[in-house]
Design a protein around this ligand. Structure first.
Ligand code: TMP
Length: 211
């Protein structure tokens, strides 16, 4: 049986990296084998993206390169890492995927173009969107070591938070409140994941009964 592709999304500082781990731990406790990954990936395109994100060139100068690179990185990530794991029955939990591109690259480029670039990225089985008040998320980003990346300004993050909510329906993302202790948020995510996976299983069954 194929594994499930589970995506965690959210603006910077909403806790997607931490919660990707807690979701993986939960699935493991259910007897699943789980692979945790993230985008930008660790592959060659992902490395290029990290350089650009941390570099000095302003966002307005690099947004088209970024859109192309994120789409290329995604296909490379799918081909090298995600699809082989799914094919051997492993669940894949990824910290960011397609919705990140629609939200972030859609800030500077037409959404249709970004969607077209990503047309060959296979849809996730479940996308969970973590939300947090902008101020809280920004405070977490500010508390991190290292210098700020191109998207990590208040003005951009305010738009990012709004766009996530607007675009969530495009990938059927389930919105989960990211406020509270790690365990509290994890419990909400697990409940949302379980409901989404159960609903996904029910569709073919209902169709089978109906037909
Ligand atoms: P990270 O903070 O989760 O490591 O992601 C790095 C940044 O890259 C973050 O600000 C979101 C951004 N990003 C995009 O702009 N488009 C994408 O497709 C992805 C995956 C991330």
């Amino acid at each position: 049986m194929r594994g499930r592709l589970i995506v965690l999304e959210g603006a910077d500082g909403t806790g997607t990296t931490t919660q990707a781990r807690t979701l993986a731990d939960h699935l493991t406790s259910q007897g699943r084998t789980v692979h945790v990954t993230a985008e930008p990936s660790r592959g060659p395109v992902g490395v290029l993206i990290r350089e650009l994100l941390g570099g000095d060139r302003p966002r307005e100068h690099i947004h088209r390169e970024l859109a192309l690179l994120f789409a290329a990185d995604r296909l490379d990530h799918v081909a090298r890492e995600i699809e082989p794991e799914l094919a051997r029955g492993v669940d894949v939990v990824t910290d960011r995927y397609l919705l990140s591109s629609l939200v972030y690259q859609g800030l500077d480029s037409p959404l249709d173009w970004v969607a077209t670039l990503n047309r060959h990225a296979p849809p996730a089985d479940v996308t969970l969107l973590l939300t947090l008040p902008v101020e809280l998320a920004m405070a977490r980003v500010a508390g991190r070591a290292g210098h700020r990346e191109v998207f990590e300004t208040r003005e951009v993050q305010q738009r990012v938070h709004r766009r996530y909510l607007e675009l969530a329906p495009r990938v059927d993302a389930v919105v989960v409140d990211g406020q509270g202790e790690i365990a509290e948020v994890a419990a909400r995510l697990i409940a949302a994941l379980t409901a989404a996976l159960t609903a996904a299983l029910d569709v073919p069954l209902e169709r089978a009964h109906g037909g």
